[in-house]
Write a protein that binds this ligand. Structure first.
Ligand SMILES: C[S@@+](CC[C@H](N)C(=O)[O-])C[C@H]1O[C@@H](n2cnc3c(N)ncnc32)[C@H](O)[C@@H]1O
Length: 280
């Protein structure tokens, strides 16, 4: 079993390498993941003076959207990766959002006193944490009594062709070992009730979960491949293991499969995420 430090070091290195791609493909990623952020924010009940903590903020969402709804409040964007948070800070500046600050830290060791925040969000971060129970206990600790936690995770691969097309193409060229439940992987939190059980163990109440559909929209099958190969952590990591000729075969395979989703000058590949809310 990998140590927590080993997992954190691996994640720091991976996201330092992915940050430029997330910035490059920002508009497409924002559109794809926007419905999940909106669904999470809806259940957090953001007030004008909300004190909000966004965990694993990456390039800033949904924290930056919360900041716009809380002009008299404050949002702290946190992430393990300084490179990802630097993109978030640039995006905040470009949008003229000033009621935010960034803090590099790991989700399982938060540098904030107890009961500091009215709400906590974690969009697509849980699957990367070394110790999921410890991280959830930290989220509960920093919440005010009555404050809400809302997270989102990816559900089954068969419901997410936007990544399975790429992963199946990779599997034609390289052996992909079954995922290790003790290491980060995209579908680690997919089982119904998985995150809800962590919330309940951390003392949260009124736990509820629901699914939200998304769509990855690109202008062509080629653009689908380029952006997926560039920024999806699982895909980018698998592609690093193969040589250029294999990469070209994988690319051709993925482009052929994703073409089934093309029409009207766009390619629209669906997916489904699960949101989980709970109250301290
Ligand atoms: C898929 S990105 C999600 C970014 C953003 N929340 C969004 O939905 O667009 C996952 C983020 O988790 C961060 N991460 C990985 N391990 C972490 C940890 N132990 N603590 C905090 N953040 C972590 C990564 O650096 C990366 O920015």
């Amino acid at each position: 079993m990998p140590s927590a430090e080993e997992i954190r070091d691996g994640q720091r290195a991976a996201w330092a390498g992915l940050s430029a791609s997330w910035e490059k493909w920002d508009t497409i990623i924002l559109d794809q993941l926007g419905p999940v952020g909106a669904a999470m924010i809806d259940r957090l009940g953001i007030a004008e003076d909300q004190q909000h903590l966004d965990i694993a903020s990456g390039t800033g969402e949904p924290g930056l959207s919360v900041a716009k709804l809380a002009p008299r409040g404050r949002v702290v964007l946190t992430d393990l990766s300084p490179e990802m948070l630097a993109v978030a800070a640039r995006r905040a500046k470009a949008q003229g959002t000033t009621n935010i600050e960034t803090k590099v830290c790991s989700a399982d060791d938060l540098p904030f006193p107890d009961a500091t925040f009215d709400s906590v969000s974690v969009r697509f971060g849980y699957m990367f944490f070394p110790d999921l129970a410890r991280a959830t206990a930290e989220f509960a600790r920093v919440l005010e009594p009555g404050g809400r936690l809302c997270a989102s995770v990816w559900i089954r691969p068969e419901d997410n062709p936007w990544t399975t097309i790429a992963m199946q193409a990779i599997a034609t060229a390289v052996a992909t070992p079954p995922p290790d439940p003790d290491r980060p992987n995209m579908y680690r939190c997919a089982a119904p009730g998985f995150i809800g059980a962590l919330y309940e163990r951390a003392g949260l109440r009124d736990v509820d979960e629901w699914d939200v559909g998304i769509e990855l929209v690109t202008r062509s099958p080629e653009e689908y491949w380029e952006m997926t190969a560039d920024h999806v952590s699982l895909v980018a990591a698998a592609l690093r293991q193969v040589d250029e000729p294999a990469r070209q075969r994988i690319r051709a395979h993925a482009i052929e499969k994703v073409s089934a989703y093309a029409g009207d000058g766009t390619v629209r590949v669906p997916g489904v995420a699960r949101c989980i809310v709970g109250t301290r």
